[in-house]
Design a protein around this ligand. Structure first.
Ligand SMILES: C[S@@+](CC[C@H](N)C(=O)[O-])C[C@H]1O[C@@H](n2cnc3c(N)ncnc32)[C@H](O)[C@@H]1O
Length: 311
């Protein structure tokens, strides 16, 4: 199957990174390698890119897409949350720029065998890292009704989370739920007839929630954003693209915390917290896709880009 992903907010994120010739950059979410290629085109002969992804398919594909630049790229197959250890091993103390384009890539959604999509019959999987043990089948059949309801509510913001969790437990008692289409049917039956025509597919939010749970997408994200930003050189920039409000809130909060200077009680005569401003936020409001991009790529609809610069 062809590995095709259109990079979202491409110019906005690359321009926002203000890429310097000879700089060292990190792409924490390589995906289809579109952004990575853009970075490599701009860093020139002496630049370097650390390109990381959890998905081995993405890395194998990127070796082809980035064939002209392989001497400048170091591929890392890991969760980006472990990247600081890899940077230490590579003896990279400081970065000129960091890009994170969170979430799933189009090939992951479009390849039915990966089980991410509610609209394609497939085994329930949803693992970005296919070597990982926990998959969507494990979540749907192994979690208690309360646990399911909690993740549907928190990660999917689904108002019918309890009803859906109850229906899943009832159905799995008859027979284990092993396919995306059976799960989507169970969810659809919890919604009033006709809902779909007004609000889109009713399984959308639960599938998002299960995906977030399977891949631990929000766990440790705040700490990671905070800590990796501290690896930027003065003047170095970090750009983060998110696709749902939960991720965007975490990124926004981490950036705001990094920007704060002194968090002492205002009544104290001298600072005792030692907190210093680490970054300047360059996007008071997140950058969203232009009308043209939305016309060309439906997946850009919910994308939000936030950028900071190290001070
Ligand atoms: C939206 S795509 C990136 C697309 C890329 N910017 C491009 O231009 O083609 C997101 C990628 O991040 C990867 N990913 C998601 N969570 C990850 C994590 N925790 N650690 C490493 N990679 C992750 C996914 O496997 C996917 O390939």
């Amino acid at each position: 199957m062809e590995f095709k992903h259109i990079s979202v907010l491409y110019n906005e994120s690359l321009d926002g990174l203000n890429i310097k010739e000879g700089g060292i950059y990190l792409d924490g979410t390589l995906g289809g390698a579109g952004h990575s290629k853009g970075i490599l085109e701009r860093v020139g002969r002496c630049g370097r890119l650390i390109a990381n992804d959890l998905d081995t398919n993405a890395i194998e594909n990127a070796k082809v897409v980035l064939a002209d630049y392989l001497d400048k790229v170091t591929f890392v197959h890991d969760d980006y949350k472990n990247i600081l250890t890899h940077l230490d091993e590579l003896e990279i103390d400081e970065l000129d720029g960091i890009l994170l384009d969170l979430g799933v890539s189009s090939p992951q959604i479009d390849d039915p065998s990966r089980g991410f999509s509610y609209s394609k019959p497939a085994p329930l999987d949803m693992r970005m890292d296919t070597e990982q043990e926990l998959d969507a089948r494990g979540v749907i059949n192994g979690y208690s009704e309360e646990e399911l309801s909690k993740i549907f509510f928190e990660y999917g913001e689904d108002k019918l989370s309890r009803k859906i969790a109850r229906a899943i437990v009832r159905e799995r008692e008859k027979e284990e739920i092993t396919t995306t289409n059976r799960l989507a049917d169970i969810i659809e039956r919890c919604y009033p007839a006709g809902y779909r025509f007004k609000h889109g597919h009713p399984a959308k939010r639960v599938f998002q929630a299960v995906r977030i749970e399977v891949n631990g997408e929000l766990e440790g994200l705040y700490d990671f954003i905070y800590n990796v930003a501290l690896r930027l050189k003065k003047g170095g920039r970090m750009a983060v693209i998110t696709f749902h409000s939960l991720e965007d809130r975490i990124v926004k909060n981490a950036f705001q915390e990094l920007e704060k200077d002194c968090i002492c009680d205002k009544r104290l005569p001298v600072c005792v917290c030692n907190k210093r401003q680490e970054v300047k936020i360059l996007t008071k409001k997140p950058i969203v896709a232009s009308e043209q991009e939305l016309k060309d790529n439906k997946r850009a609809e919910s994308a939000k880009l936030r950028i900071v610069e190290r001070v």
